[in-house]
Design a protein around this ligand. Structure first.
Ligand code: AMP
Ligand code: MN
Ligand code: MN
Ligand code: MN
Length: 284
């Protein structure tokens, strides 16, 4: 299949930290001209059957997906799993384990915010949570906006909830090896999500790509809502250097918060192999 395809293989529903249901996302993707869609909730595959059915109802091709949180060299990295079997038991168990600890972390985030003078953040964040196993920083960010502490969620992540700022509580996620093996054993392709977002040294980034490949990882997100045009070119080069296929996804979370809507990104550069070529037999 060609790289000139309106594929959007990265977004979030209420099953993780998005604000739309899988059905509403499918409708929006279809209205925006998406031809191949994947829902990739954080550490969750609970929305996959709904998303696939909704895509079918709109005549849109579908790939299953998830975005797994891992810890690498002391930072959180996200690994997309595309084309996975959503009923795979070890994948389900691995993700459930990864989700464990979010509740405790959320209480500690709330304590940290309380020390900075912001009371009631745990209860406040919970009002925005649909999946009790998936309390995320995004839900705290929505509470901080609702309560008038910040103007928008971007301001929240500048002033709070990130390393060194009030409300940040580090979490030990899955390992790179585990995430890649869950994904590949469930029949999917592992993809490094939005690589430009990490604050790695060149050596650490090289180690991430090298170890990812050695564990069986096959793809990198090149065109994403998190990358500038220049960053997309940098990671297009990395894809070629490491022999990885390329992915494209908006990382859409919410009509009110996301600056990149579903299906509105530039196409993948033509000299890359698109991830959907590797996954041709997994497309529904
Ligand atoms: P968590 O998995 O609880 O650590 O939350 C991570 C989520 O917070 C990401 O998936 C994004 O949705 C959101 N997030 C993290 N950093 C930022 C940022 N700088 N700007 C906007 N949203 C962010
Ligand atoms: Mn998110
Ligand atoms: Mn991410
Ligand atoms: Mn994402």
């Amino acid at each position: 299949m060609t790289s000139i395809l309106n594929a959007d293989l990265h977004c979030h529903s209420v099953v993780s930290d998005g604000t739309l249901t899988p059905e509403a996302l499918a409708e929006r993707a279809s209205a925006n001209g998406v031809e191949l869609w994947a829902l990739t909730d954080h550490d969750e595959i609970g929305g996959q059957h709904r998303a696939a059915a909704a895509a079918r109802a709109h005549g849109m091709k579908y790939l299953t997906g998830t975005e797994v949180s891992i810890t690498f060299a002391g930072q959180t990295v996200h690994i997309l799993g595309l084309g996975i079997d959503p009923d795979d038991e070890s994948m389900k168990q691995g993700l459930q384990q990864t989700r464990g600890g979010r509740g405790q972390r959320a209480m500690e985030m709330s304590d940290s915010l309380a020390k900075a003078g912001i009371a009631g953040a745990y209860e406040g964040a919970l009002k925005f949570v649909s999946n009790p196993e998936l309390v995320s920083r995004t839900h705290f960010a929505r509470f901080l906006v609702e309560s008038g502490v910040c103007r928008d969620t971007n301001e929240v992540f500048r002033k709070y909830l990130t390393e060194g700022k009030p409300g940040f509580v580090p979490h030990r996620w899955a390992s790179l090896r585990d995430a890649v093996s869950w994904i590949t054993q469930a029949g999917g392709v592992a993809v490094i999500a939005h690589p430009a977002r990490y604050k790695f040294t060149p050596n650490e980034e090289y180690a991430l790509f090298t170890e990812f490949k050695s564990h069986g990882g096959q793809g990198v997100e090149v065109v994403t809502g998190s990358h500038s045009a220049a960053e997309a070119l940098v990671y297009a080069d990395m894809a070629r250097e490491f022999g990885l296929v390329a992915s494209r996804g908006s990382d859409f979370h919410s009509p009110d918060e996301s600056h990149t809507d579903l299906g509105t990104l530039p196409f993948l550069p033509g000299n890359l192999t698109p991830v959907w070529e590797l996954l041709a037999d997994r497309i529904q």
